[in-house]
Design a protein around this ligand. Structure first.
Ligand SMILES: Nc1ncnc2c1ncn2[C@@H]1O[C@H](COP(=O)(O)OP(=O)(O)OP(=O)(O)O)[C@@H](O)[C@H]1O
Length: 214
């Protein structure tokens, strides 16, 4: 079984990945954000580093998928499809050229075709999307405290985050690579509230059972 999480910056994907992997007795695959040398460069100069950052993420995400496919059960903290969404949004904001986007899209397609396992396993068994409001997301971003993500250090982030949030919703509605479900992170605090955590796990179990995966 492969479960993939999706959702905005600070929605809680990494935390839920850990919780879910433990609950299901499976392996968690994370994107190590604090080890990413390109991310601070990108936030300081998005126009210069958008393409490099995207190639960095594509490479890392692809490596995770390959490792994840080698095992039977696992949970991934973000889908490769969202990287493409991030890049398209950045391109629309003038941070990448049309040619860069085209090269990226073709490279992504090419890489997906090369995955060495049965085609049906390339898509996850379930996508769990974390839905969050702007205010709640900012609360999480502040609490976590990565300096380059704070709008008070860089006011252009307000527009960037709103752009991402707007487009994420449409992205989720149109996502059709696998079964999907949403968790409302404004209503359910699976990190600090054990009752909510059980509720979230029960919701996910229900979906997995319904699809015969659990
Ligand atoms: N494809 C991408 N393009 C540009 N920036 C990205 C991309 N993927 C992630 N990021 C950036 O990397 C950082 C980490 O993002 P991500 O949402 O994956 O993890 P997170 O913030 O730890 O989320 P969570 O709290 O849900 O675990 C954010 O600053 C985000 O903007």
């Amino acid at each position: 079984m492969m479960i993939v999480l999706s959702g905005m910056i600070g929605a809680g994907k990494s935390s839920l990945t850990t919780i879910l992997a433990e609950h299901l007795g499976t392996q968690a695959f994370y994107e190590q954000v604090d080890d990413n040398p390109v991310l601070p460069l990108f936030y300081a100069d998005p126009k210069k580093y958008a393409f490099l950052l995207q190639i960095y993420f594509l490479n890392k995400r692809f490596a995770s998928i390959k490792r994840a496919l080698a095992d039977d059960n696992n949970v991934l903290d973000r889908s490769i499809y969202e990287d493409s969404l991030f890049f398209h949004i950045n391109a629309d904001m003038g941070r990448a050229t049309e040619q860069e986007v085209q090269v990226y899209d073709e490279l992504l397609d090419n890489m997906m075709e090369e995955l060495p396992y049965a085609a049906h396993k390339k898509a996850p068994d379930l996508l769990v999307h974390l839905e969050i409001s702007y205010d709640k997301m900012l609360e999480h971003i502040k609490k976590r405290g990565r300096s380059y993500e704070q709008p008070e250090n860089d006011s252009s982030l307000v527009g960037y985050y709103h752009n991402l949030l707007d487009r994420y919703d449409a992205w989720y509605q149109n996502y059709n690579y696998s079964p999907k479900m949403q968790i409302n992170c404004d209503q359910l605090d699976f990190v600090d509230n054990p009752v909510d955590r059980q509720k979230v796990l029960a919701l996910i179990d229900e979906q997995l059972k319904k699809r015969g995966t659990l």
